[in-house]
Design a protein around this ligand. Structure first.
Ligand code: LRH
Ligand code: MN
Length: 424
């Protein structure tokens, strides 16, 4: 389904009077509204190709209908999100779930929607029907060199697909690890994995990045081969300048201080990017900012402080990606909410009075430091984010346009209620 500009403009004209009041109110409160809006307009979040259908758990999956049945339809859906919020201008593909059969045609289609290809994702956590050797006991860590070779070959193939789409990065998430004590020699499996990653790293084009994603548990429940930021940093430091650590918000043990991890990885120049989502317990892959919005704000506070300390470009120097799964929400509505939460946290972090904060920190004025942070967090910046969309030709209120224009109903009419999207 294509959303026509007129449909968005019609909705915007209905919403504009209220927006004008809210925007004038917030722009009177902060003295650099235009600077903030410019940064919001430049900030693009990559949408995962594996999260456009209904997700599920081992207990069940409840598809909602109208799901994209091909890569072309997935690009159409991401194009629809981008038409609404003008902040979803990139796709992150997962191989082999979304192999681009005709790279040029796929690239052309994506550019028609104003979309580019962000990080490519390899998959050595499932056995494919035509696969010779199983990854049951791991891939790059495996005791059998032939299995490691197979995993290395797959990642090199993923780089090839990415080159055809002008992607410039590869995300490697390894489900490797162990489920019982004694199952694995930690040192040998680490060295096997490092040797395997090195062979993939050697095939990276000079302008590419490799993101090594860590995860505390699942699908292994005793040890993970890349179990935390320290282990990922160990690999990325040994691999070289093109290797970075990728932070998936759901991949931490309970109560981990993710904002501190982010600050230190940035300081070391080894933070590659994010898989944004939210969680209460495990890798729940919930809507960004739906459970711990204050944590998301604190992470963006460290990101802005750390990136400015290194004169990094907020929009381009890190990979901003969502990694979510939708069990009970409409996948597209869920993604619209996630992008909105990311833009709000970013906007709030851009209005923190940093001079006052540094002063409070230097005076050990703990109370003032909290007041300064929460002044920004408690400021309603939604009109700033909406104004950025309006200036980029998007919708003031993407979710209400999605519903007013009956997008899901139309997708079900077009695609039927039984289509199933590849992915998690
Ligand atoms: C692992 C993960 C990884 C993806 C997968 C879909 O939990 O976060 O980033 O490959 O989800
Ligand atoms: Mn992830």
């Amino acid at each position: 389904m294509i959303l026509r500009k007129e449909q968005i403009e019609k909705n915007n004209s209905d919403d504009f009077p209220q927006h004008k009041k809210s925007y004038e109110f917030i722009s009177r409160q902060i003295n650099h509204a235009d600077e903030v809006i410019k940064k919001l307009i430049d900030f693009q979040v990559a949408i995962p190709s594996w999260a456009l259908g209904t997700g599920g758990t081992r207990f069940g999956r409840f598809p909602g209908g109208g799901e994209p049945g091909s890569l072309e339809e997935k690009i159409e859906d991401i194009g629809l999100l981008h038409a609404l919020n003008k902040s979803s201008g990139a796709i992150s593909l997962h191989i082999p779930w979304d192999i681009p059969k005709d790279a040029n045609a796929i690239k052309k289609l994506a550019s028609q929607y104003g979309l580019r290809f962000d990080a490519m994702n390899s998959n050595t956590f499932q056995d494919q029907p035509d696969q010779k050797l199983s990854y049951k006991f791991g891939s790059m860590q495996h005791v059998d060199k032939a299995v490691r070779k197979q995993a290395i070959g797959h990642n090199i193939e993923v780089i090839k697909y990415g080159k055809g789409l002008d992607s410039q990065s590869l995300t490697v998430w390894l489900s490797d690890g162990s489920t019982f004590p004694g199952q694995l020699n930690f040192r040998k499996s680490f060295l096997n994995t490092l040797e395997s990653l090195r062979e993939v790293y050697a095939e990276l084009p000079s302008d590419w990045k490799m993101f090594v994603e860590y995860k505390a548990f699942e699908p292994n429940f005793y040890s993970m081969r890349v179990g935390d930021w320290g282990q990922s940093l160990l690999y990325t430091s040994k691999l070289g300048r093109k290797a970075y650590t990728l932070v998936d918000l759901g991949h931490h043990l309970a109560n981990a201080n993710i904002e501190q991890i982010v600050a230190l990885l940035l300081m070391e120049g080894k933070l590659g990017g994010f898989h944004f989502n939210d969680s209460k317990y495990g890798d729940d892959d919930l809507t960004v900012g739906s459970v711990k919005p204050y944590q998301l704000f604190l992470i963006f506070n460290e990101l802005v402080e750390g990136m400015d300390a290194k004169n990094m470009n907020h929009a381009h120097d890190l990979a901003w990606m969502i990694d979510a799964s939708h069990n009970v929400k409409d996948p597209l509505e869920d993604l619209l909410q996630s992008v909105e939460a990311i833009m709000i946290a970013y906007a709030q972090s851009l209005i923190i009075d940093r001079n006052k904060l540094v002063e409070a920190q230097n005076n050990n004025d703990v109370v003032a430091a909290q007041e300064i942070l929460q002044q920004a967090y408690r400021t309603d910046v939604r009109a700033l984010v909406a104004e950025a969309r309006l200036r980029s030709g998007g919708a003031l209120h993407p979710l209400s346009v999605f519903r007013n224009e009956k997008v899901r109903e139309n997708l079900i009419k077009e695609r039927g209620s039984k289509t199933v999207a590849t992915g998690l």
